[in-house]
Each structure stands twice: as structure tokens, then as C-alpha cells.
Design a binder for this molecule. Structure first.
Ligand code: 23J
Ligand code: MN
Length: 272
């Protein structure tokens, strides 16, 4: 009896406790898991920087053996990629503004910060009408007036439905003058950090910044402001249209790359 009580209060069994309730809810389907991740594939596009800079490597895979002479009973691959290939996490140390943030690399971040709820702001109509749609603090305030205020310590996800363009040239949307895709300005990022204490900013596009954001002041404000304040980024997500505006619990655990600036990862959402 005492043991039973102990188990229940510790939550270590499916009969009780907060984790037991979570397990039961997953088994019953009361809580569903939504995958926000694209497959890692050599065909998935990576960010293209101006030619004078180093470039992001795509995902590569080389089979070591597949139940053959190199390994008769086993299948495995050697893989390589950039830390910012595919659906991935940006750590504060990714940007020069975050270089002195304590514990700013993926291996050093407190793992408790990898679990946080998300607010999903739907700007898909605006992005469909204008590939260069720029999210401002005023847009966020208007969104909050209609939907409710963004609570502290939440991911803020910017839904643009851009992930639905994956597999077409309109995903990167590269023209002679660079890429054209939606993203935030400095006012939006300052607002989310200083007025809403956001965990980070998550997007469906290849970067947290707009395609034309190298021309903004400051350049690449999502990177400069989020990372300069110790906050995170998530890029190349999909299925944001399956999330509620409030209440999804996000699990985003980057690989523990020593001194890593970011990492490909599986991003999942728990949805009631
Ligand atoms: C390196 C340089 C510029 C940018 C990026 C990477 C990313 O968007 C990224 O993946 O973090 S804008
Ligand atoms: Mn990145």
C-alpha cells in the first residue's frame, strides 16, 4: 500500500502522477503527437548565402553496408551535413551577437529549455499575397488583440504555409536579387524578447529571417536579436497548420554536438 502510494506520488507508473497521466493520454489518443520535421534528404534545399561566403552543406549519405558483403546482417549509413541543414535548431552562439551568451552552444544549453509550449501565429494569407511579407511588432499586437496575449516562456511560431512549397523552386524563391520569403523585422523580435520573454522564434522557411533581411537594420534581425538575447531559432518546420494557436507543447532537443552552433533535430508537438 505504501509502495503504491509512493509510486503514484512519484508519477512513475501509468496509474498516476503527472507523467502517468501523460502516458495514459498518449495511449488513449487524448494527446496527439504532430511531427513538425522534414525528412533529412539530399534533395532538401539549404540556405544559399552570397558567393563570397562559405556555404551550407546539404545532407549526404553513403551506405556502409546493407545486408551485403560489407555487413551481411546489418544496414547502416555514414551521414554528413551542416549544423543548419534541414529542420534545425539555432543556438545563441550561432550569431556574433550571442557569442558571449553563457551556455550558448547546443551541448551547454540546459535541457529543460528544450521543452516549452508554442504560440502559433497564422500569417499564411499575408505570406501568400506577398512573398516579402514582413512581420512587425504592430502585426503581433493586432494578432494578440484578436487571439490573446502571448504568455512568457513560449516558443513563437510564425505560420506562413511556406513548407507547402517544399519540392518547388518557390520554397527558396531565389531570384537575381536574392531570395524572397517572409520573415520578421527588428520591432517584432524586440517585442517578442523584451515584452513577451519568448523562448525563441520558429519558422517554416530556410531561415528565421526574411529572404531579403540582409538589407534590414540591423541585418538579419531574427538572428541578431533572438540570439543576442540568448533565445533560440527553429527553421524548416512543417505541419504548423496542424497546431492550435495556443497549447501545443513542443519538444525540440538538438543533438549534443560539442560547441555546436545548432543542429538538425526531430521537432514534435504534443497537442490535446
Ligand atoms: C548562416 C548565415 C546566415 C544565415 C544563416 C546561417 C541561417 O539562416 C541559419 O540557418 O541559421 S541567415
Ligand atoms: Mn540555422
Amino acid at each position: 500500500m505504501e509502495q503504491e502510494l509512493h509510486n503514484t506520488s512519484q508519477g512513475g507508473t501509468s496509474q498516476g502522477g503527472l507523467l502517468g497521466q501523460l502516458h495514459a493520454s498518449l495511449l488513449s489518443g487524448a494527446i496527439k503527437v504532430v511531427d513538425l520535421t522534414f525528412p533529412l534528404s539530399p534533395d532538401f534545399p539549404v540556405i544559399v548565402l552570397p558567393p563570397e561566403f562559405g556555404q551550407c552543406a546539404p545532407f549526404r549519405r553513403e551506405t556502409v553496408s546493407r545486408y551485403d558483403a560489407d555487413g551481411p546482417a546489418w544496414y547502416w549509413n555514414n551521414i554528413s551535413m551542416n549544423e543548419h541543414t534541414g529542420t534545425h535548431f539555432d543556438a545563441p552562439a550561432h550569431w556574433i551577437t550571442g557569442r558571449d551568451i553563457p551556455c550558448g552552444t547546443v551541448d551547454a544549453i540546459d535541457p529543460a529549455r528544450f521543452l516549452a509550449p508554442a504560440v502559433v501565429m497564422d500569417f499564411s494569407a499575408e505570406a501568400a499575397a506577398n512573398a516579402d511579407f514582413i512581420l512587425t511588432a504592430d502585426h503581433i499586437r493586432d494578432w494578440e488583440a484578436k487571439n490573446g496575449q502571448i504568455p512568457p516562456k513560449h516558443w513563437v511560431f510564425f505560420r506562413t504555409d511556406w513548407s507547402k512549397r517544399a519540392g518547388t523552386p518557390s520554397y527558396l524563391n531565389l531570384h537575381e536579387d536574392g531570395t524572397h520569403s517572409p520573415g520578421p523585422d527588428a520591432s517584432a523580435m524586440e517585442f517578442l524578447v523584451h515584452e513577451r520573454d519568448a523562448v525563441g522564434f520558429g519558422v517554416e522557411t530556410v531561415g528565421t529571417d526574411a529572404g531579403q533581411a540582409s538589407h534590414f537594420d540591423p541585418p538579419l534581425p531574427a538572428h541578431a536579436i533572438m540570439h543576442g538575447n540568448g533565445r533560440f531559432g527553429l527553421q524548416c518546420m512543417c505541419n504548423l497548420d496542424q497546431l492550435p494557436a495556443f497549447g501545443a507543447m513542443i519538444v525540440a532537443t538538438p543533438l549534443k554536438i560539442e560547441a555546436g552552433s545548432g543542429s538538425p533535430l526531430r521537432v514534435i508537438a504534443l497537442v490535446e
